[in-house]
Design a protein around this ligand. Structure first.
Ligand SMILES: NC(=O)c1ccc[n+]([C@@H]2O[C@H](COP(=O)([O-])OP(=O)(O)OC[C@H]3O[C@@H](n4cnc5c(N)ncnc54)[C@H](OP(=O)(O)O)[C@@H]3O)[C@@H](O)[C@H]2O)c1
Length: 230
């Protein structure tokens, strides 16, 4: 009898880390379903793409269908994310950042985790950020979304203890994608290195991973200084 292929769904994989990780999973013999607003041009029989916005009313339905077309879901990676500078005359972009980065992840969890619990196995990885401990006057929606995401995913990890389902929160510093577009990007990682981190997460299922380590140490030291004084 042919061995069952491991199945993954990657949300936010038309570009950046999600796209590179999708390619790695396929090269490693996984069957993958991908979700983003744009197609990513991957044309192999073990890959299916679903174009939808994670904030759209039918997102959960599309995601459920994508999973049902797979043979179960061993791994779900939430890599969808945006970050916009603040404009005090129009805070819609901050609201949207919270909707994509945090509520989109929560809707994903609500679709995926019950299936994993029913199967008694599964692994959810969420791409958070070292911004989760920062107060940001430049991009408050981004930092707020990542603070909420890290806290929610770690809480879920605790809630799922003993169910066979793991949740990993990944806190990257700067990774060389179009998202890291600012002029100052200390200790920036290549996308390949970020993918290597995710591959190790799949193998070891840790609760929390912060990379690069030196950037994590720096942000821990700097975080208290980002709080407004009055
Ligand atoms: N790059 C960094 O420095 C860095 C650092 C720390 C954490 N992260 C986190 O890592 C994750 C991936 O970031 P990245 O650098 O790979 O960014 P990226 O290159 O901009 O890719 C973001 C992905 O999210 C998808 N996406 C955005 N809005 C979406 C929506 N409304 N519905 C569905 N998909 C959506 C995009 O696809 P479509 O546009 O086709 O929808 C794209 O595939 C993000 O959560 C980010 O916050 C990145």
């Amino acid at each position: 009898m042919a061995e069952r292929m491991r199945c993954a769904v990657v949300i936010g994989n038309s570009d950046g880390i999600g796209l590179a990780f999708t390619r790695r999973l396929l090269a490693d013999g996984w069957r993958v379903a991908g979700v983003s607003r744009r197609d990513n041009g991957i044309g192999v029989p073990t890959y299916a793409h679903h174009t939808v916005d994670v904030t759209a009313p039918d997102y959960s339905e599309v995601l459920a269908k994508a999973i049902d077309e797979l043979d179960g879901v061993d791994l779900c990676v939430y890599a969808a994310g945006i970050g916009e500078p603040v404009d005090l005359a129009d805070l819609e972009a901050q609201t949207r950042t919270l909707e994509v980065n945090l509520i989109g992840a929560a809707r994903t969890v609500a679709t995926v985790v019950p299936r994993m619990v029913a199967a008694g196995d599964g692994h959810l990885i969420g791409l958070s950020s070292m911004a989760d401990r920062m107060v940001s006057g430049d991009a408050p929606g981004y930092a707020g979304s990542k603070a909420g995401l890290s806290s929610y995913l770690m809480g879920l990890s605790a809630a799922l203890r003993g169910q066979g389902v793991s949740v990993t929160t990944v806190r990257f510093g700067f990774v060389d994608t179009k998202m890291a577009k600012g002029p100052v990007r200390p200790l920036m990682m290549t996308v390949d290195r970020a993918v290597d981190v995710l591959v190790r997460c799949v193998r070891n299922r840790p609760v929390l991973v912060s990379r690069p380590r030196r950037a994590a140490l720096l942000t821990t030291l700097l975080a208290p200084l980002t709080r407004p004084r009055r």
